[in-house]
Every structure is written in C-alpha cells, then in structure tokens.
Design a protein around this ligand. Sequence first.
Ligand SMILES: Cc1cc2nc3c(=O)[nH]c(=O)nc-3n(C[C@H](O)[C@H](O)[C@H](O)COP(=O)(O)O)c2cc1C
Length: 170
Amino acid sequence: MISTDFTPVPTVTAEEFRRVMSSVCTPVSVVTAFDDRRPHGTTVSAFASLSLAPPMVLVALDLGSDLLQIIRRTRRFGLNVLSADQSGLAMTFARKGADKFADVRWSADGDLPRLDGAAGWLACEVEQLIPGGDHVVAMAAVVAADHHERSPLTYHQRLFGTHAALPDGQ
Ligand SMILES: Cc1cc2nc3c(=O)[nH]c(=O)nc-3n(C[C@H](O)[C@H](O)[C@H](O)COP(=O)(O)O)c2cc1C
C-alpha cells in the first residue's frame, strides 16, 4: 500500500530555485485597487488564466504586499496587462509606497483604477485567497475585459523584453 502522508524534505536552495524561475519568461502586469479613494498598484509576474467557463484568473501576492491587505478588504482588483513600452510603469509599481500613481496616467473604470495604454484589462472579483508558502494566491472571477492589439511586456533573466514569433510562426 502506498503511504500518502509523505512530506518531501526541501533539498533545493533558494538560489537554485531562483535561477530556474528567472529563465521562465512571464508577462508583466500591474494589479490595481482602491484603498478607500486612493489608487494603489503592484507589479506582478505571477498571473495566469485559471478557468474559461466561468472566466477566472489567479495572481500570487507576497504576504508583505500592501495591495494584498487592500484586496483582503475590498475583494476586487483590476489587472492591467502591460505593453512593451511600459517597462517604466512596471518599475514604478514595483516600489513600496502610497504615491505610486503620482505621475501615472490612469482613470477610474467602475470602482477600479485602470492604467492608460495597457494591452489588456480585466476587472476581477476575488473568490478565494489561498495561502501558498510566503505568498497568497488570489483566485478571482473576471467580470469585465478589454484588449488592445499591442506587443506584450515580458520579463526573462531579470530583463524586460517582448515576444517575437519564430520565422515560420510554428
Ligand atoms: C517584474 C516584477 C515582477 C514581480 N512579480 C511579483 C508577483 O508576482 N507577486 C508579488 O507579490 N510581487 C511581485 N513583484 C514585487 C512587487 O511589485 C513589489 O514587492 C512591490 O513593492 C509590492 O508593492 P505593495 O507592497 O504596494 O503591494 C514583482 C516585481 C517585479 C519588478
């Protein structure tokens, strides 16, 4: 009989894990929410599509993220999928602080802050917040979506870039 209560002993160092993960190319997005009337945003790469019917996404947020504390209360967030010319915004929203929107062009879309010029927009309602190590996974229903045909901002080997199709497109 196979025992199911096996707990693996971690033998992978943080450095080894980081090295592999830095070679995984990701999209770059800014998750936004209102903290009362103040817009707040955080750069994330840990964002993925979760379900098609119903449409759902997941985002992993560090336990120390101020945005996480906001969406624990508001239970909603906007997902701004950045375009290739928005690496400056990615850095702005990777800082700590309550003033990240100071020099940023944005508008209120319903009850969520929305960045100008992003390639994609998803308005999301949190269904579950699930602990995952030193992060929390937010699983959320997508209640509005919008898209502009723009090249994506990507992150790979700690550098911003964009996607290029192979010559034969295969
Ligand atoms: C390219 C990039 C990707 C990032 N991805 C994530 C992520 O997926 N989850 C996360 O919690 N933080 C991520 N961060 C770090 C946060 O943006 C950063 O810790 C930020 O200061 C948190 O802000 P807050 O405390 O206002 O939420 C990323 C940063 C960069 C530059």
